[in-house]
Design a protein around this ligand. Structure first.
Ligand code: IVH
Length: 685
């Protein structure tokens, strides 16, 4: 308790929000923080406490809301204040010159126009609405007229200001920009996905677009997205030029990129294009071209727009870079879930700012499509993608000779590491090694996954030491970790001959402590840690909630599994296969004996809602929608998905689906608020 009077609390909250917003801006926009992370965290914590104590002072634009609220079922749609147009584009420099000439002719300003040159960020377009200096809403492009309201997700992007500071801020305006996934964050994110046995995203643009459409803002908040803003629209925006307006927007707190220049004609536009065509690979994010916009905003209306594109702006697009190189060999990598990926190894080629010598061929289908043969020249491309891919081959010998036949690459039949015969399922594109329990890269990968932070959180152990322990026979399966003694670890060096550092007494104790601690890890994370193919973090959580303990899950039939939220056919099959293997069940029993949690925490259920049925809609302050549903079920109530005259209550959260509400009103179904629900919950039975 802070013991502040209401007005004091209000003032302190205002002050804290302002300071936190400023520190956020310094950190995420200016990249020059003026406080330490520790100080920042303390202020944020203080604000969280105050808002908890004074719920009436909570606000959706508070920086405490950045971590992400409850999952949404569907996105509500919103209408753009102005249609969201896109840009005409071309790969030809001549057409850029023609475009500028046409605009100058139409305006009768031959040789007298100014153009703002900007980078063309390769991400997802977003339109942000601000009202009274506060973030009000974010819409995707949608069909250009109506888009999805992704405000809860966008709020988690730290560089987007929730409140604006400065002068001349219009009462209501939209600002448009691009949500992007910077390279570093994208790579980290894909690595985690692969460790979880999930498909990596092909490029940062797809990942950004998938991210802003996620239903759970908490997941979005972990993805370290960025947003660059480049276009202001509204009635009372001061500033006669596009350039001046953007500078103003930067002062209000927006992340307006510095990479722009005013050009006074086609020569300078070409200089900008040529410079970035060369330099674009030095940027920490993807761009796919250059945008030019007429600087004098007063002339925009004079030029107008076609149905799709304005006539005062256009885009020059860069060609995806390609390189040719001689194929040396095909390697096969085995992942922790046994998936075998073919990788082309070729002579080093300079491509998009780096030397590359390996590129994924994904799977057998791709290999056949390419018709790749030993001795071929491969065409490697790096478009929006970070990981290069083979887009074509030039055969060394194009005739159907015996030699050509012999040189054709065919997918291996046995695991390149353990020799087991590979398996290929009809509905899946990849081959995998079925030697789950004895194939070395699978064993190491599984251990690395098991000890990772989001699983059992024993990651101080590290991958190389893990390998050394496996090599020495100290651990054969996960349960052996729980038998380790400090003495086993002291003096252990990594398996990597370059890294000679050995574990000392203190390090060993820390590892033992972390192992001990991991016995408190909840069931859902233990389930995730087991590394069942296709059971990522979210699926594990849903399975744990649904089945409550491992025995129920082991007993679940295929039909039951596919009925579970988030579980499709392939996942259900994989779960069935995992528990169908006696070795896995025996391992689970050993882990149970070690003290790991294989059931969800007991809740104090009751019969309070027995015989009552509920529809839950919207988002809530005290629980996520799933939690609320779980509470109802724990107290013997029934959850129904759609409103009908048979239900007893519609629990109404924020942003409740308008259709549900209308229907409930029409049918006379009782509607209750979150507060009323809480009262019902606390009433005596
Ligand atoms: S201006 C009416 N500026 O590229 C003009 N767009 O079709 C609105 N883009 O839809 C767009 N960088 O998603 C503009 N500096 C930039 C941009 C940019 C990327 C995207 C945007 C647009 C698409 C072109």
């Amino acid at each position: 308790m802070t013991n502040l009077h209401f007005n004091e609390a209000k003032e302190r909250i205002r002050e804290l929000r302002e300071r936190i917003n400023r520190f956020n801006w310094e950190y995420y926009v200016l990249d020059s923080p003026s406080v330490s992370d520790g100080e920042f965290d303390m202020l944020l914590k203080e604000l969280e406490q105050l808002e908890e104590e004074y719920p009436e002072l909570q606000s959706p634009s508070s920086p405490t809301r950045r971590v992400g609220g409850e999952p949404n079922k569907d996105f509500v749609q919103g209408r753009h204040s102005y249609p969201m147009l896109s840009l005409s584009n071309t790969y030809s420099r001549e057409e850029i010159v023609d475009f500028v000439n046409r605009a100058e002719e139409a305006l009768d300003l031959k040789g007298k126009t100014e153009w703002v040159c900007e980078l063309k960020y390769d991400g997802v377009a977003i339109s942000l609405l601000y009202e009274d200096g506060k973030f009000a809403r974010a819409l995707t492009r949608g069909n250009g007229i109506v888009g999805d309201d992704v405000s809860d997700n966008i709020r988690t992007i730290r560089s987007i200001p929730l409140e604006l500071y400065g002068d001349d801020i219009p009462a209501r305006f939209e600002i448009r920009g691009e949500v992007i996934f910077p390279h570093k964050a994208f790579e980290q994110f894909n690595k985690i996905r692969m460790n979880n046995g999930e498909e990596p995203f092909a490029n940062p643009r797809n990942a950004a677009s998938g991210s802003i459409k996620l239903l759970d803002p908490r997941e979005v908040s972990e993805r370290k997205l960025e947003c660059f803003l480049y276009y202001l629209m509204g009635e009372d925006i001061k500033g006669e030029t596009h350039y001046q307006r953007l500078q103003k927007a930067r002062q209000w707190g927006f992340n307006v990129p510095k990479y722009m220049a005013v050009a006074d004609g086609v020569d300078q536009i070409m200089d900008f294009i040529n410079y970035w065509d060369e330099q674009r690979h030095s940027l920490p994010f993807d761009i796919d071209g250059i945008v030019i916009k007429l600087n004098d905003v007063g002339l925009w209306d004079k030029l107008g727009a076609t149905a799709k594109n304005p006539r005062w702006a256009t885009a020059f697009k860069f060609k995806a870079e390609q390189a040719h190189s001689k194929l040396l060999k095909i390697e096969y990598q085995v992942g922790r879930t046994g998936i075998v990926t073919p990788v082309a190894v070729f002579e080093p080629a300079w491509l998009a700012g780096t030397w590359v010598k390996r590129a994924s061929i994904h799977n057998e289908d791709q290999m056949q499509k390419l018709g790749i043969r030993y001795g071929d020249e491969v065409i490697v491309e790096k478009g929006g993608e970070i990981i290069p891919k083979i887009v074509g081959v030039i055969h060394s010998d194009d005739k159907h000779t015996v030699q050509a036949e012999q040189n054709t690459v065919s997918f291996i039949e046995n695991c390149p590491v353990c020799g087991a015969r590979l398996v290929k399922r009809e509905e899946e594109a990849g081959h995998y090694c079925p030697n789950y329990n004895h194939c070395p890269p699978q064993i190491l990968g599984r251990f690395q996954h098991f000890i990772s932070r989001k699983a059992m959180n024993i990651d101080s152990l590290g991958g190389e030491r893990m390998q050394a322990m496996i090599d020495r026979g100290l651990v054969k399966d996960f349960s052996d970790l729980y038998k380790l003694r400090k003495e086993d670890l002291i003096g252990l060096a990594s398996s990597n001959t370059q890294n000679k550092a050995t574990i000392q007494e203190k390090g060993a104790q820390n590892i033992i402590n972390a192992i001990e601690e991991s016995k408190h890890v909840p069931f859902e994370r233990v389930l995730f840690a087991l590394g069942i193919r296709y059971v990522g973090e979210v699926t594990a959580k849903k399975l744990a909630r649904h089945y409550k303990n491992i025995n129920n899950l082991i007993a679940a039939s295929f039909d039951e599994l596919v009925q579970t939220d988030d579980v499709g056919k392939i996942t259900a099959e994989s779960i069935g296969e995992y528990f169908g293997n006696d070795e896995n069940v025996a391992l689970i029993n050993r882990l149970k004996t070690c003290g790991l949690k294989f059931e969800t925490e007991q809740s104090c259920g009751s019969n309070r809602f027995s015989g009552l049925s509920f529809v839950v809609s919207g988002t809530f302050d005290s629980f996520s929608r799933d939690e609320l549903k779980q509470i109802i079920e724990e107290h013997s109530g029934k959850i129904i998905s759609s409103v009908s005259s048979k239900i007893d209550y519609l629990v109404c959260g924020h942003k409740i689906g308008p259709e549900k509400k209308k229907k409930a009103e029409k049918l006379g179904v009782k509607m209750i608020t979150e507060e009323e629900f809480k009262q019902m919950l606390n009433e005596k039975e």
